[in-house]
Design a protein around this ligand. Sequence first.
Ligand SMILES: O=C(O)CCC(=O)C(=O)O
Length: 201
Amino acid sequence: MDKGSMGQKVVWIEELDAAGKNRSCWVEQGAFAHLDVNQWWNDIAHSTQGWRHNDIRVFGAWHKEPRWTAWWGPPYRYANVQWPAQPLDGEIRELCDLVSRRAGSSFNAVLINGYRDGQDSMGWHRDNEREMDTACIASLSLGATRTFKVRDRRNQRVIDIPLSHGDLLVMEHLQDDHEHSLPKRLGVKDRRLNFTFRRLV
Ligand SMILES: O=C(O)CCC(=O)C(=O)O
C-alpha cells in the first residue's frame, strides 16, 4: 500500500496537564488522500463481516445508529453494541500499521464509521472505555468534508475542525477532559468514511 504523502500539520490543542502529560489534538492534512473512499466502502461491504447498522438505546427507546459501522480488533463493547473479535489482517492491517507509524503509536483495533450523507452523524462522547488505552487515538477521514467538534468539559469551549478527504486527526491524552462529536450537515450529499484506530489493552 502507498505510504501516503507528508501533509501540512495543523495543531488545534496543545497543553501540558498537571502530571506533565502533553494533551494534544492535531491534523495531518491530506496524508492519506491517495485512498479511494468508494473502493474502501465496497471492500468493507464485501468483507466477511460487512457493514452493520446497529440498534442503540437512547433515553429508553431503541433507534438505528445514524451511521453504518464495522470493527476489526479484540472483542469490544460500547453502550449496548457488542463486537466479537475480528483479526486485523490484509489491507486493513497494512493501513493500521501505516497510521500507527504516523501517529507514533501501536494500534491493534479500528472502528470504521460509514456516513452515507450529511444526515448521518455521531453524538457527543469520549473514547474512554475501560479497556481502551486513551493515550493516543487516530482518526482517518475519506470522502466528504465534515466538521469534527471537540468540547472542553472544563469550560464548554468548542472547537470546530474541518476534516477533509485523506486527513489524519490524532488525539493524545485528550479523553479525560474533552469530548467530541460529528453533527449532521444536511447540505452534504456525499458519503464519508472514518477509521478510528485505537489500542485495546
Ligand atoms: O467520524 C468521526 O470523525 C468521528 C468518529 C468518532 O468519534 C468515533 O469513532 O469515536
